[in-house]
Design a protein around this ligand. Structure first.
Ligand code: SF4
Length: 396
């Protein structure tokens, strides 16, 4: 089976059901817990805290969206292409803003650059077969995407990297702290918070044959020269970059100068791709007037006059400042997802769903846009999230 625990979408997971018990092999702890905990903390259908049947919660959600003056749809996370398509259709129907986690940092911006072919990227399979130098800048895949380095970027033998990490690959971690990823990389640069720009300048100096002016010059020159000599370099990045780099275009220029491929470690890239194909942008779209802009990001919109939010499978309340989480609690918030969390707790309507890839099937994209087919592993009475979205749309 395919694991939808993160955007690695590992396709070598073995699952066996014996009565109530599900035996899982090959998954990391995160993937294992996603399957093993299917009966824990399941969401119940509720309106204003009162338990209702599923049809009534769908009707309530539909009514709130119909009456909304300024609705927003956020998510989906760990879900399928079918759900992402339905979310866009619903946004069109009610004239809502649609956005996802990619607007919380630079990942959406970087993905858009990749879609526009302004930056080189590669697939994870190409990384496994060819990569000799990988950089992890502002990301910690060992924690967030636990099998990525073992399956693709560092540990595996690849077609053209038969001697694996011991002789054929170098891994460089750049972060403000010694993360789990830093622990296993053979090179680590600890950058003081907010000073990544100076490190970038130092690398640019080394690339153009100058002595760097920042940090431990000897080790920066050593790593800079390793980057310079890389035959097939891949740079992975994630949300950590947001807090350390003000000028993302300078970062992109550096990536281009090195000749490295860029791979943002991003979840739910399917929604970004669908939106890009339709609007030319990957997130922050307002279907009321088809506008695109920072004012349509979830965080900015919540500060303004949003009156209704439909959140799909994302515990977004845990990822925003308390003030905004309180605002989410004040407006009409509808939560659709398999498990209870802070977002469901502060929502006026809760609609439980099946767990995608375990209790319902569909298609999903890996972070490098490889399409995978998800199967149903266990039967369930919960509806898939795309079906719930469709029913909300039909009831409008
Ligand atoms: S790395 Fe991600 S996709 Fe792979 S088993 Fe772990 S959680 Fe699942």
């Amino acid at each position: 089976m395919i694991c939808l625990g993160c955007s690695c979408l590992c396709n070598d997971i073995e699952c066996e059901t014996e009565g109530e018990e599900i035996k899982v092999r090959n998954a990391c702890l995160r993937g294992f817990r996603r399957i093993d905990s299917i009966n824990e903390n399941r969401l119940t259908p509720r309106v204003e805290g009162k338990e209702e049947n599923i049809d009534d919660t769908i009707k309530s959600a539909s009514k709130l969206l119909e009456e909304a003056k300024n609705p927003i749809i956020f998510g989906p996370e760990n879900s399928t292409l079918e759900t992402e398509k339905e979310a866009i259709e619903l946004a069109k129907k009610v004239g809502a803003i649609i956005d996802n986690m990619s607007s919380f940092g630079y990942s959406g911006y970087l993905v858009e650059k990749i879609f526009r072919k302004e930056v080189d990227t590669c697939t994870l399979d190409e990384t496994r077969d060819n990569c000799d130098v990988s950089i992890y800048w502002g990301c910690d895949p060992m924690s967030s995407h636990p099998r990525m380095m073992s399956k693709y970027s560092y540990y595996p033998r690849g077609k053209n990297r038969q001697r694996g990490w011991e002789q054929d690959r170098d891994a460089i971690c750049i972060d403000v702290r010694r993360s789990l990823t830093a622990e296993i990389c053979d090179k680590f640069i600890k950058v003081p918070p907010g000073r990544d720009f100076e490190l970038m300048e130092a690398f640019k100096d080394v690339l153009s044959g100058k002595i760097p002016k920042f940090g431990d010059k000897k080790s920066i020159m050593k790593i800079g020269n390793l980057i310079k000599k890389a035959e097939y370099g891949v740079l992975f990045t994630d949300i950590g970059l947001n807090y350390s780099i003000d000028h993302i275009d300078d970062f992109i220029d550096l990536v281009k100068d090195t000749g490295f491929k860029l791979q943002p470690i991003i979840e739910s890239i399917g929604l970004n791709k669908l939106l890009f194909e339709e609007t030319g942008h990957v997130n922050k779209i307002n279907y009321k007037d088809k506008s695109y802009g920072i004012e349509n990001s979830f965080v900015e919109a919540l500060k303004e006059d949003i009156d209704t939010a439909l959140i799909i499978g994302s515990d977004v309340a845990s990822n925003i400042p308390l003030k905004l989480a309180k605002r989410l609690r004040e407006i009409n918030c509808i939560y659709i997802g398999p498990h209870g969390n802070l977002t469901s707790y502060i929502s006026k309507v809760n609609i439980p769903t099946a767990i995608c890839g375990v209790e319902s099937a569909g298609k999903a994209y890996r972070m490098d846009l490889k399409e995978e087919e998800l199967e149903t592993i266990v039967d369930s009475n919960f509806l898939p999230d795309h079906e719930i979205l469709k029913r909300i749309g039909d009831a409008l």
